[in-house]
Design a protein around this ligand. Structure first.
Ligand SMILES: Nc1ncnc2c1ncn2[C@@H]1O[C@H](COP(=O)(O)OP(=O)(O)OP(=O)(O)O)[C@@H](O)[C@H]1O
Ligand SMILES: [Mg+2]
Length: 499
């Protein structure tokens, strides 16, 4: 059987309930409030923890206390809700603070009715949300700043999730690819990256998860089908628990075009340099070709003589015709070789016998050296490994170095001029070709820029010779260097990697 509650018990229960209510307000809200049927404040309890206790608004309506936000329209709608005696949640308003700032409060309230169903007012809570508003705004601003920065970037930014699905793109990506942002989001790079497939994505991701940045070249295709080359840099990073991949792509059409132009100009210059070098040894070339022709003439006359004798000396005719044949072959070889040197684009890579290539060059420079009273000393290593390379280009290097040496020694007394050419291998089994002269040696002031284009000390020089040599040797994976010869003169040498 239940006892009716004793009044002291009822008071005790009420006190406890009031205590619980206070604890709740203290820890959950910044303010507890009540209004009457005319929406005037009749109670306001502020949490003790509030930095500054707001002034009491008792007796006033919420919109009768100075405010900064929201606008009239929002207040009108709020008052409609109140007059309809409906509950409301998270109504945000801002009050001016004494220091000229703003305090944001978010209030929620429930209508209260008496036993007869008569509306008697509202009860509710409020939270001070200034800090949250401020950080929301800061975040929005920083996002907007970041977005502006990303959108104005001249690179395409694409953000992918782990599977490769596009999460976001910047404006440049849309413009470069010709798709809208919505068309790109949710797709994968397969849509526009011609060198991308599921396997490649997987491989790149593995590379990336090992840390660091992947740099690669690829080709992108626009929506309209146009293809352009790009340089892509990719990086993986964590956002919360998600791993994301950001890729930055730069259109390198211009750079490619410039590189192509440089290659073309270089090829032109290399060709011009070969033609000029051949011009310098024209006398030698004429000699090289006219010698077998002279021999053929003499032999042909002799053969006619053998035929005219009675009886004709057939074995002698045969011998002379054989000699004519080998002279014709020799002349033909020289002409073919010279044609290869003069030709615009030299033959592609082949297996080159370096000693043989040098001997060919010496053949056409022989009489040039003779004319200048230069004695030649060759020291070619036996059984050199062959190199993969362009024979004509390597001969161009040797020819340029020989011509430079000849020119350098022009001030010396004839008979004392010495040119030495040697081949050997170094510790790494690379071939070393050295060209030495005993001229005045290198001008120390120029030593550091010898291989730059247009560096010359000669009135007739273009200054391209060594620049071209350097480019050719680098393209063969070797190095060209210049130094002093002992006891005097210059030493130019280059290395060639062997397979
Ligand atoms: N064997 C050498 N001894 C001394 N100086 C040299 C030697 N070879 C080259 N040089 C110096 O290096 C400079 C550049 O040589 P390079 O072959 O590049 O151009 P160039 O011979 O002046 O002109 P060209 O374009 O007609 O070859 C020369 O002008 C010369 O001053
Ligand atoms: Mg030169």
């Amino acid at each position: 059987m239940q006892h009716p509650a004793h009044p002291s018990e009822i008071i005790e229960a009420l006190r406890e309930s009031e205590e619980r209510f206070r604890t709740l307000v203290q820890f959950s809200f910044d303010v507890y409030w009540e209004t009457d049927a005319q929406h005037r404040f009749i109670r306001q309890e502020f949490a003790d923890a509030l930095a500054e206790q707001p002034v009491s608004e008792l007796g006033k309506r919420r919109w009768e206390v100075p405010y900064l936000e929201p606008d009239e329209e929002a207040w009108r709608r709020h008052r409609e809700t109140l007059d309809a005696h409906l509950p409301f949640r998270d109504f945000e308003l801002a009050r001016p603070t004494p220091d000229g700032g703003k305090r944001y409060v978010s209030v929620s309230g429930l209508p209260v009715f008496d036993q007869t169903g008569q509306f008697i007012g509202y009860r509710g809570v409020g939270r001070h949300v200034t800090e949250r508003k401020r950080s929301d705004e800061a975040l929005r601003e920083s996002e907007a700043r970041f977005r502006t920065f990303v959108d104005h970037a001249t690179d395409c930014f694409v953000l992918h999730d782990e599977q490769g699905d596009v999460l976001d793109v910047n404006r440049n990506a849309c413009e470069s690819l010709g798709y809208s942002r919505d068309e790109l989001i949710g797709k994968t790079a397969l849509l526009f990256d011609l060198e991308m497939d599921a396997m490649t994505w997987q491989r790149r991701r593995e590379q990336l998860s090992a840390g660091g940045v992947a740099s690669l070249e690829s080709r992108y295709r626009r929506k309209d089908g146009a293809v352009f080359p790009v340089e892509v840099r990719m990086r993986e990073f964590c956002q919360g628990s998600r791993r994301l991949v950001i890729s930055l792509a730069r259109d390198i059409t211009e750079r490619k075009r410039a590189a192509e132009t440089i290659r073309e100009v270089q090829a032109e210059l290399a060709h011009a340099n070969r033609a000029a070098a051949m011009g310098q040894v024209a006398a030698s070339i004429a000699h090289e070709v006219s010698q077998p022709i002279m021999a053929m003439l003499l032999n042909a006359e002799a053969a006619l003589g053998w035929l005219d004798s009675r009886p004709p000396d057939v074995p002698a005719v045969r011998r002379t015709l054989d000699a004519i044949l080998s002279d014709a072959e020799r002349a033909g070889e020289v002409i073919n070789w010279i044609r290869a040197l003069i030709k615009k684009s030299p033959a592609p890579k082949e297996s080159v016998d370096v000693n043989k290539a040098i001997l060919d060059v010496l053949t056409i420079t022989k009489s040039e050296l003779l004319k200048h009273g230069i004695s030649l000393q060759t020291e070619l290593a036996a059984a050199l490994p062959r190199v993969d390379g362009n024979r004509v280009q390597l001969q161009q290097v040797v020819l340029n170095l020989i011509l430079n040496a000849v020119e350098a020694m022009s001030g010396l007394e004839a008979g004392t001029r010495k040119l030495a050419i040697s081949t050997s291998t170094d510790a790494a089994n690379a071939i070393v070709v050295a060209v030495r002269d005993n001229g005045p040696g290198l001008d120390p002031a120029m030593a550091s820029q010898l291989f730059q284009p247009f560096i010359t000390t000669k009135p007739e020089g273009i200054g391209m010779g060594l620049a071209i040599c350097d480019t050719i040797i680098r393209a063969h994976g070797g190095r060209l260097s210049a130094g002093a010869n002992e006891p005097r003169g210059a030493l130019f040498q280059f290395t060639l990697r062997t397979p």
